[in-house]
Write a protein that binds this ligand. Sequence first.
Ligand SMILES: [Zn+2]
Length: 347
Amino acid sequence: MKSLKLSSTLLILASLACGQFLPATTIPSVAVPSITAQSAATEVDATLEAAQPAEIVYGATARGHIAAITEQIGARWTGTEQEAQTAQYIQDTFAQIGYEPVIQPFSRSGWVDDETESIFKSANVIAVKGGESDQVIVIGAHYDSSDEGLGADDNASGVGILLELAEQLKDISTPYTIHFIAFGGEEAGLLGSQEYVDTLSADEISNTVGMINLDSLIAGDITYVYCSESKSALRDWVLSWAKLNEIALQTIPNVELSEDGYGISDYDAFDKAGIPFAYFESTNWTLGNKDGYTQVGPQYGDGGAVFHTEYDTLAYLDETFPNRVDEHLNDVIAILYNLLTQYNANN
Ligand SMILES: [Zn+2]
């Protein structure tokens, strides 16, 4: 399958150059399952629908947003003018797509560095897409970044995917109502996601069937999905769907994500409120201390790390890992598009 994907990726890059979507037949991101796969399909999960050969080309729009945020705004640490500019960019994009974005401003205590706390002013940017049910599935990505590098991987990649999905799903029927949320203040201590969950009523919490967290999705060797094992339905669904459609996706069972009791990304407040989450990240748990912090071979980035380093730029990623950005974007968007149009917790 690799070679096929490679040739179609080259075609994509050509189209990216001319900034338009290629006709559907380009990325057979989902091959019609062969007999064996068919039988495997029935085994894997009868509710899964194999998506038809790709009428949709994923990732070009997301790449455009990553380029715009990293090249026009750049590093956007929590509470800075650059973070506010990014919030405006996201708000404008949601409006252009046809949503009525809601701004949720907040002022919360966070971490300037490991020792110093400070009050940060920031905001969440929220777009709501009505579904067949008014039960809610949240899909979120933080838009602030560290002040090292341009934050292409961490986390313009998550924001780009969020905005492309919001556009792709705008007029598509979905089982659940979707809250697309760009969180502010993640880097200073998960501030935006904590603010969002803190302002939910008990009814709203029980009405939220799941949270999809997107954080650092284009630099790492391998795309992973994590969850808490006691609430694994979302994770299991995407693993099955990815397997059926021959898309590379791995998980770390019983993964230990938190550090000194602190979560490491925006799933944390939802998890603590009892909401099932599926957290997507690209890294490589077989490298370094096998703790998920080494994303690539030690000869790359800063000893194998790209996020929070000067190497976190689209230019470095495209030059060092050709096709990786487009393959990761295509895979994650294909998985999430099918999850958000097919997944039903009651099935
Ligand atoms: Zn991040």
